[in-house]
Design a protein around this ligand. Structure first.
Ligand code: ATP
Length: 288
């Protein structure tokens, strides 16, 4: 029997870095939002032991190097029982190394599937604690929706859903190294920070303009010049009618927030002519 689950991408409405912790991780404060760009996962048991991962992208790891397999391993270790042989197939649609938590959302989808079929009484908090062992963004991806993420990303507070709006999302072709950006943050002081409290109250009031004007990602402030195309795409999104635009995660993906659906679709189409990984998206609510 094959079980299926969607793995939603995320964007950062805000991304703040509060400092470096003694354990080497950075203390983060982020307002996260799920969008309807998703990978599709299929999971089935098989005779042979171990977890095998296949995907529509041949270069992704097929073994424990795939974070979807790691999720299964951590899940069964937590239950204290031997893992059954598993086949996981991923139809990838979320661009890889994009700042949209593609791998983390695949891992989260595996955890939701495994809980459903092997531990239905497991509480959400317990599943999120298991998720934190898999990766920093995985607990948020298990839950999805609109949420404040603190700590490494694993301390979560639900926030009111975004007011109705639409996104054009565009990934340039170059990758950005996340460790390189964290190193930039350590050597150059951050002088500005997102107005996270203002973002939360804008969400509470259903104030789309207030949300739009508080989109802020501190990684943009330390982005090396070689990645200047990020700012050109932001400019294009604003020219195409976005109320505001921002980079998500450690980039390079940029999104524009639109009030009007047709406007967002047209902007995504216009960007697609230059950047194939351009998408029209809507926000989605909690997954569990
Ligand atoms: P984040 O937003 O959490 O920083 P990202 O979108 O920048 O994530 P991913 O696409 O999640 O980056 O993954 C980046 C790396 O993880 C790649 O090197 C890829 O080979 C590896 N990887 C392992 N498993 C997966 C998976 N299921 N999907 C995508 N990448 C995976």
């Amino acid at each position: 029997m094959t079980h299926t689950e969607s793995a939603w991408a995320k964007i950062n409405l805000t991304l703040d870095i509060l400092g470096r912790r003694p354990d080497g991780y950075h203390e983060m404060k982020m307002v996260m939002q799920s969008i309807d760009l998703c990978d599709n996962l299929e999971l089935s048991e098989r005779e042979a032991p171990g977890t095998a991962v296949s995907s529509t992208l041949p270069y992704l790891p097929r073994d424990g190097g795939n974070i979807a397999a790691k999720a299964a391993e951590v899940f069964f270790a937590h239950l204290g029982r031997p893992a059954p042989g598993l086949d996981i197939h991923i139809r990838k649609q979320i661009p890889v190394c994009a700042g949209m938590a593609g791998g983390s959302s695949d891992a989260a989808a595996v955890l939701r599937l495994l809980r459903r079929h092997y531990a239905p009484s497991m509480l959400e908090e317990e599943l999120e604690a298991v998720a934190a062992q898999v990766g920093s963004d995985v607990p948020y991806c298990v839950r999805g929706g609109t949420a404040l993420a603190r700590g490494r990303g694993e301390i979560l507070t639900d926030l009111p859903p975004l007011p109705a709006c639409y996104f054009a999302v565009c990934k340039p072709t170059f990758p950005i190294s996340t460790p390189e950006l964290f190193a930039q943050v350590r050597t150059r002081r951050l002088h500005c920070h997102p107005d996270t409290a203002g973002m939360i109250s804008a969400l509470e009031q259903g104030d789309l303009e207030g949300v739009a004007h508080r989109l802020y990602n501190v990684f943009e402030d330390v982005l090396p010049r070689k990645y200047a195309q990020v700012f050109e795409i932001k400019r294009s999104l604003l020219d195409l009618g976005a109320i505001a635009a921002s980079m998500t995660g450690s980039g390079p993906t940029v999104f524009g927030l639109f009030r009007d659906e047709e406007n967002a679709r047209q902007a995504a189409d216009a960007l697609k002519a230059h950047f194939p990984a351009s998408f029209f998206c809507k926000n989605v609510g909690r997954a569990v």
